[in-house]
Design a protein around this ligand. Structure first.
Ligand code: 5AD
Ligand code: SF4
Length: 452
């Protein structure tokens, strides 16, 4: 009998890999576990429950999970009541295989089954091994809206899950299933509840938020309509969203930035490549020219808008000329920041079976050159903010110097600043800061005024 589920306070060690969706899933797990008297520990050797929330988007994700599980084998011997769980995309992909290769594992569940955690723990408590990888075509209200345990000034809110795009390199449509939207009423009531608890900023999450309401689930509301309603929730200071697919970003959405002052001036618009040939092979559904037309429109209407992107180098068949086209796109757009990756073949995806896979050394060298190029651009974009006075939402102590405070601009840049004696601002306050120093990853400034 697992002592961990009875009597005394119990400890959970939870490690999260990957995207914000996974972070949100982990927050929901912690919310559910709070109801079972679990608190979080940073030390796995103290834990009654260990959860690894996995990501399979790149690299040798499965091997990484097996090696982490190996570390926990001896813990299970010392603490036989310990329950070990693998959740997330590797769990979805590997299912039963995980149990076979790691017999000390108790529970495996995929991203559609987070809300079943309590029930699964009870089954494990009676000594059963459990694997749940079912995917459902709808989202019931109880799946989301679980109160986060570590409430701060900002929160993620999932508005949909899955993806129908099947970009040829990507595992997500397989691990997270088809696109399903949550009901707008459920999303809005979750956000109203968060605001009551003191949340000032929400980030709406989806693999492709622009297609909200057009796949399964949801209702008649489009993404811009939902976004407008969220921006108008009383008590909220800021609204963000990720991720937008360039092919679906509408003029209505672009106009919204000019109409809703709480909508943050930041768009993450993954381009992936600057070559039309590579984009076609990736199945992205747009050309470089089309992508640029969206970027120029955003920059023309909102000169202060931050635009960030994702780039993959070394996609199968990417020639030196294709790669140079991506470098040239970087120099043309001058993104505020990029997230760049070496192409990584994912089992079962179309691209993994394509001829002309690019050798690791070439992929690695291309990635390095790209990142060096972007470093200069990011620096230049950051320096461009010197002397500007920006709205900053206070988040807490600075990570660089604990005697200072830290927050983020509407464009999502970190700003550290000394708190003047007159300032009574805590997390969640909006203040004005004049930028005096610019670095690669953060800004520093002086407080001008506080709005709370
Ligand atoms: N290899 C490398 N990068 C990938 N991404 C998704 N799949 C792969 C892959 N197989 C990147 C894309 C996506 C981001 C979340 O991860 O750039 O936008
Ligand atoms: Fe993957 Fe493409 Fe869907 Fe993004 S849009 S999750 S890259 S399949």
């Amino acid at each position: 009998m697992a002592e961990g589920l009875h009597g005394r306070e119990k400890l959970v060690f939870l490690e999260t890999f990957g995207c914000q969706m996974n972070e949100n899933d982990s927050e929901r797990m912690l919310g559910l576990l709070k109801g079972l008297s679990y608190t979080r520990t940073k030390d796995p050797s103290d834990a009654d429950l260990i959860i690894i929330n996995t990501c399979s988007i790149r690299d040798k994700a499965e091997q990484k999970v097996y090696s982490i599980l190996g570390r926990f084998k001896s813990l299970k011997k010392e603490r036989p009541w310990l329950v070990i769980v693998v959740a997330g995309c590797v769990a979805q992909q590997e299912g039963e295989k995980l149990l076979k290769r790691a017999p000390h594992l108790d529970i495996v569940f995929g991203p559609h089954n987070v809300h079943k955690l309590k029930e699964l723990l009870l089954q494990a408590d009676s000594g059963r091994k459990v694997v749940v990888t079912e995917q459902t075509g709808e989202i019931s209200p109880e799946e989301y809206g679980i109160e986060p345990v570590e409430l701060e000034e900002k929160a993620f809110v999932s508005i949909m899950r899955g993806c129908n795009n099947f970009c040829s390199y990507c595992i997500v449509p397989y691990t997270r299933g088809r696109e399903v939207s949550r009901k707008s009423a459920d999303i809005l009531s979750e956000i109203e509840g968060l605001v009551e608890k003191g949340i000032k900023e929400v980030t709406l999450l989806g693999q492709n938020v622009n297609s909200y309401g057009t796949g399964g689930g949801g209702d008649d509301m489009s993404f811009p309509e939902l976004l407008r309603k969220v921006c108008r929730v009383e008590g909220l200071s800021r609204v963000r969203f990720i991720t937008s697919h360039p092919k679906d970003i509408s003029d209505e959405l672009i106009r919204l930035f000019g109409e809703e002052p709480r909508l943050c001036r930041h768009v993450h618009l993954p381009v992936q490549s600057g070559s039309d040939g590579v984009l076609a092979a990736m199945g992205r559904g747009y050309s470089v020219e089309y992508y640029l037309s969206k970027v120029w429109l955003l920059k023309k209407l909102y000169p202060e808008m931050a635009i960030t992107t994702d780039i993959i180098v070394g996609f199968p068949g990417e020639s030196e000329a294709d790669y140079e086209a991506t470098m040239s796109l970087l120099r043309t757009v001058r993104f505020d920041n990029i997230f760049s990756f070496m192409y990584s073949p994912r089992p079962g995806t179309t691209a993994a079976g394509l001829p002309d896979q690019i050798p690791l050394e070439v992929r690695s060298e291309r990635l390095q050159r790209l990142q060096e190029e972007q470093k200069e651009i990011t620096n230049e974009r950051m320096r461009g903010l010197l002397g500007r006075t920006l709205d900053v939402l206070v988040e807490g102590e600075s990570k660089i110097d604990a005697s200072e405070l830290s927050g983020r601009t509407s464009c999502n840049r970190i700003v550290n600043f000394p708190a003047p004696v007159w300032l009574q601002a805590g997390p969640g306050c909006l203040i004005e800061v004049t930028i005096t120093e610019a670095y690669q990853n953060s800004l520093r400034g002086e407080v001008r005024a506080a709005g709370c």
